[in-house]
Design a protein around this ligand. Structure first.
Ligand code: 13P
Ligand code: SF4
Length: 311
């Protein structure tokens, strides 16, 4: 029974006792973001996990992110507060089907979004994140054929932006799919001149209205640098916490779903991590991310390529 426990104080005590670092994604609840040692996007979180001296990484994000931390830092204990924190993009790309897709296109390399399983990473040549995809794509020779998975929206965005042809896997993020174009246009009409910032996991009918498209970190940086007093944010709305902290005088509005508010765009997987579960994960050093060594080494190859190429 955790009732009456000062969770914040207990987490602080355990983090010292365990020599743990707490890494959190921008989509985590505000309390978790506020106590984390580092909050970032997928690329920066991977870099932090690879470089940390801590003995324990408590990863407040989804499972593929915690697995990435374990792949890059195999000697650390990596705990994820809730092992059920998956990702719809990962679910959309079963490894056996991805393997068959690769085998059907033997002259293509697989450029793969980090939102996938460790097995799919092991079947891929180069991993990308939303913040590094364009830069990495530009380094691949123009005549090299490419398959891109699992996010067809990020893939489609890259194709339109760079003019590069790629074969796309048909996966989507259920959170970014939920934004409504009609409601976004209504909101825009209410706030003329407010820029729309969107994550590339949004479908094209949302990206068409975006003034800036980028990773969570890129969206945050743009929002803070913008001269506008009102900013519309088309990604998971928990990132607005960082915006309001850094620029309390500005108004940040989450892009709406069909019901006219942004509550339907919360990531249900990210929401599985709670203060209580983080406390228990640090106390019990469980649930732990464990990966078969052969699989880990195979997946590390494509992740190392990403870290080299992203610079
Ligand atoms: P970022 O790398 O932009 O933080 O994206 C992670 C993610 O899961 C977005 O839905
Ligand atoms: Fe996956 Fe979408 Fe949640 Fe990101 S927001 S973790 S892509 S389901």
């Amino acid at each position: 029974n955790l009732r009456g426990l000062d969770l914040r104080a207990e987490i602080d005590r355990l983090r010292k006792e365990r020599n743990a670092v707490i890494l959190a994604h921008y989509y985590q609840e505000p309390q978790i973001q506020d106590l984390a040692d580092f909050v970032g996007d997928s690329l920066d979180l991977s870099r932090k996990a690879a470089a940390t001296n801590a003995e324990v990484i408590a990863f407040c994000g989804v499972r593929f992110m915690a697995e990435t931390a374990k792949i890059l830092s195999p000697d650390k204990i990596v705990v994820l507060p809730d092992m059920a924190a998956g990702c719809s993009l990962e679910d959309s790309c079963p490894p056996d089907q991805f393997k068959a897709f690769r085998e059907a296109h033997p002259d293509h390399i697989a450029l793969t979004y980090i939102n996938c399983s460790t097995e799919v990473k092991a079947l891929s040549d180069i991993i990308v994140t939303s913040s590094s995809a364009e830069n990495i794509l530009a380094q691949i020779p123009a005549d090299q054929k490419i398959i891109f998975g699992p996010d067809k929206n990020l893939g489609g965005y890259l194709k339109r932006k760079t003019g590069r042809d790629m074969l796309l896997w048909p996966g989507v993020c259920i959170v970014h799919e939920a934004f409504s174009e009609t409601e976004l246009l209504k909101l825009r009409a209410q706030h003329p001149g407010a820029p729309v910032l969107a994550h590339p996991e949004c479908p094209p009918h949302i990206l068409d209205h975006a003034d800036q498209v980028g990773s969570t970190k890129a969206i945050l940086d743009y929002a803070l640098a913008s001269e506008s007093e009102v900013i519309i944010v088309a990604t998971e709305p928990h990132i607005i916490h960082q915006m309001e902290k850094a620029a309390p005088h500005k108004t940040f509005i989450g892009a709406p779903g069909a019901d006219g508010n942004c509550n339907c765009n919360m990531c249900p997987y990210m929401a599985l991590n709670t203060m209580e579960k983080l406390y228990l994960a640090l106390r019990d050093l469980a649930p732990r991310v464990e990966i078969d060594e052969e699989l880990r080494v195979a997946a590390k190859r494509s992740l190392d390529r990403m870290l080299e190429m992203a610079g």
